[in-house]
Design a protein around this ligand. Structure first.
Ligand code: NAP
Ligand code: COA
Length: 268
């Protein structure tokens, strides 16, 4: 019997899949046998990603597309269909972020993030729909804790990612009858990523973030890829509309009242 995490013969499309967490997801699917397509704005990043993915000996293809450009997104979907056939797994993870207080975010700055994260997600899912395997397709939106944890300097991202999770929930309802599952994965602080470089730019901030994670470490790209593969697999065939943190407990937002020495005492 085929292992549930063997994606041989499956087609996976990762929007925004040319760097960081999303590339890690594309790479994990390729390592487990899938044909993989990726897309993002930079042709150089697309080419580099496709070259690495093809190194797994699987079909790999890439498209240069901005999620804000509906026609470019549609063209990428047509391209995937022509190259690989129907899309079994769609990961939507293109996003933009910069830390800034609300009063220093221009209307266009706010709009840019909402356009990329929220409208972009809608464009990707709507454009993909005709090409999704029905029944059986799995859609995974890459969200962020900002969707449900209010965070200073992140009003634009909080608003946008909260919307992304609602897109997940509503389309899980609307498309359930077609056998399409829609879920969100919510990465926490993930080491060595652009998101962390922007939000935790110094070792001191990174240490503070690490200390605030109940499991006591930053996440890895592999942590996120593993949950994404689970959601795309038959192991999750009854899971839809879920918003799943992969964050070592960070988004629990609990208040720690015991220091290190007290923690040692409490655990002995
Ligand atoms: P990243 O490396 O900057 O990844 C973003 C990807 O999206 C890149 O491939 C980028 O490529 C693409 N992209 C950006 N704007 C785009 C646009 N307008 N159209 C199409 N593609 C676009 O950042 P990351 O930190 O790994 O983040 C990846 C995802 O995880 C994001 O959804 C982010 O919100 C989420 N997340 C990250 C963290 C973290 O700790 N890093 C935590 C929570 C959630 P191009 O530049 O070529 O377009
Ligand atoms: N503080 C305040 N405003 C900022 C800013 C910052 N640090 N960075 C950008 N902006 C504003 C710009 O000033 C501009 O507004 P304006 O026209 O009123 O001046 C607006 O945001 C758009 O900036 P621009 O650089 O033209 O947009 P873009 O479409 O080229 O890039 C971003 C989009 C800004 C989100 C860019 O950071 C990006 O491409 N990010 C992708 C990678 C990323 O963020 N990865 C981490 C994911 S978690």
């Amino acid at each position: 019997m085929k292992h549930p995490l063997d994606f041989t013969g499956r087609t996976v499309f990762v929007m925004g899949g040319t760097s960081g967490i999303n590339f890690g997801i594309a790479d994990a699917f390729a390592a487990n046998g899938a044909r993989v397509a990726v897309a993002s704005r930079s042709p150089a990043k697309v080419d580099a990603a496709v070259q690495k993915l093809a190194g797994h000996g699987v079909g790999a293809i890439g498209f240069s597309a901005d999620v804000r450009d509906v026609d470019a997104v549609k063209a990428a979907m047509v391209g995937v269909q022509e190259a690989f056939g129907p899309i079994d797994v769609l990961v939507s993870g293109a996003a933009g972020n910069f830390p800034a207080p609300a009063l220093r975010i221009s209307p266009n700055g706010f709009k840019s993030v909402v356009d990329i994260d929220l409208l972009g997600t809608f464009h990707v899912l709507q454009a993909a729909y005709p090409y999704l395997t029905k029944p059986g397709a799995s859609i995974i939106n890459i969200s962020a804790p900002q969707a449900f944890v209010p965070m200073e300097l992140q009003v634009h991202v909080c608003a946008a990612k909260a919307g992304v999770d609602m897109v997940t929930r509503v389309l899980a309802m609307e498309w359930g009858a077609q056998g399409i599952r829609v879920n969100s994965v919510v990465p926490g602080p993930i080491a060595e990523t652009e998101g962390m470089r922007r939000l935790a730019p110094t070792p001191a901030v990174q240490n503070a973030v690490t200390k605030s994670v109940p499991l006591g470490r930053l996440g890895t790209v592999t942590d996120v890829a593993n949950t994404t593969m689970y959601l795309a697999s038959p192991l999750a065939e009854y899971v839809t509309g879920a918003v799943i943190p992969v964050d070592g407990g960070w988004s629990l937002g609990g208040v720690s009242v015991i220091g290190d020495s007290m923690a040692t005492m409490a655990n002995n």
